[in-house]
Design a protein around this ligand. Structure first.
Ligand SMILES: Nc1nc2c(ncn2[C@@H]2O[C@H](COP(=O)(O)OP(=O)(O)OP(=O)(O)O)[C@@H](O)[C@H]2O)c(=O)[nH]1
Ligand SMILES: [Mg+2]
Length: 325
């Protein structure tokens, strides 16, 4: 150690030893480097400090990448629904109304800074809701990219008291900016290469004056493209309709399995995409079933009562199946 180092160098060195994060360590090391006189005697020390800084910078970058990855929210339950919209429309209030979550809710915009998660019970299943920071926020691109892309359904939340059709347009535009477009059977050419997502409109604050007129306008403008559901999150109006609307929009069905001579467990359905066949159900339940299955028996849909069906039989919500191998 060269003897002619000033006291500030040792202060910085102390800070380096006490620092907890790579960023703080880098800051201290850079101070040490700046203070240190440059001559032959300090060459090795210089090199040492530079190597340490390079290593810590790498570490800091790795950490930043991991925290970006944390915008990805692991799906739980029967499906994941992202609540997306402009500031102050009531996304967090809605999450609080239908789940056990208690997010910050306030009468000023940009209250939500990072996503809030809650599980919404619908009949015998749980659906995951993700309340997000407003689409027009500074950091929205990062989380929108991760959450909206990963979600099974995007719920566009609008405030009925404040030009809701304009809000839908702005929200769709923000989603389009990150290459997310509504699912359609015949996507327009302009959307080729973009990611299609199922969407639904939640028209909130139906308790406020003149909301009925705005709700009608929304339905007539978007009703053929998206389901439009009017609610009041704060008053709890139309919440049951919202839950079943979300379930329907997710395009999933519940199927129960049973063993011969036993009753099915109706509290624990297998979740399948709407339109799934017996073959696909078997695959989902156990990969061995698919190749070994001889036949299946179905109860449900009003039509079947213990009837044998083929592999290509299309299942309905709440069907009970018995797979025979
Ligand atoms: N009248 C009425 N007010 C509501 C309703 N839902 C939410 N609010 C109010 O609207 C304001 C905004 O609600 P939030 O849930 O914080 O809105 P947000 O969309 O999460 O807002 P950001 O986090 O900024 O994006 C609050 O003052 C709520 O009390 C509703 O159904 N009716
Ligand atoms: Mg919020």
């Amino acid at each position: 150690m060269p003897a002619n180092l000033p006291p500030q160098y040792f202060d910085a060195e102390k800070r380096y030893r006490q620092a907890k994060t790579p960023e703080d360590k880098i800051e201290a090391l850079e101070t040490m480097l700046a203070i240190m006189p440059k001559h032959k005697g300090t060459d090795r020390l210089h090199g040492d400090l530079r190597r340490k800084i390079a290593k810590l910078t790498e570490e800091a970058e790795r950490k930043a990448a991991t925290s970006r990855a944390s915008f990805y929210i692991r799906r739980e339950g029967a499906g994941q629904v992202a609540l997306v919209g402009l500031p102050n429309v009531g996304k967090s209030q809605l999450l609080a109304a239908v789940t056990d979550a208690s997010p910050d809710i306030a009468d000023y915009p940009f209250t939500t800074k990072s996503p809030n998660i809650g599980m919404m019970k619908f009949e015998n299943i749980q659906i995951q809701l993700v309340d997000t920071p407003p689409v027009t926020g500074r950091d929205s691109r990062v989380w929108l990219n991760n959450i909206a892309r990963n979600a099974d359904l995007i719920a566009i939340v609008v405030d009925l008291s404040n030009s809701p059709t304009q809000q839908v347009e702005t929200t769709l535009q923000e989603l389009d900016n990150i290459n997310i477009v509504p699912t359609t059977d015949n996507p327009p050419e302009a959307t080729i290469g973009k990611r299609q997502r199922k969407m639904l409109i939640i028209a909130n604050k139906s308790d406020l004056e003149n909301s009925g007129t705005s709700a009608k306008q929304l339905s007539s403008q978007y009703g053929t493209q998206f389901p439009v559901i009017s609610i009041s999150a704060s008053e709890g109006n139309n919440i049951e309709m919202l839950k079943s609307g979300i379930f329907t929009a997710l395009e999933i069905i519940r199927v129960y399995t049973k063993s011969p001579g036993k009753k099915p467990d109706l509290t624990d359905p297998v979740i399948l995409k709407r339109g799934s066949t017996i073959k696909e159900a078997a695959e989902e339940i156990h990969k061995d079933f698919k190749s070994k299955m001889k036949y299946a028996v179905v109860w449900g849909s009003g039509k079947f009562d213990g009837q044998r069906v083929g592999q290509d039989h299309v299942l309905q919500d709440n069907d009970i199946i018995e797979l025979h191998i």
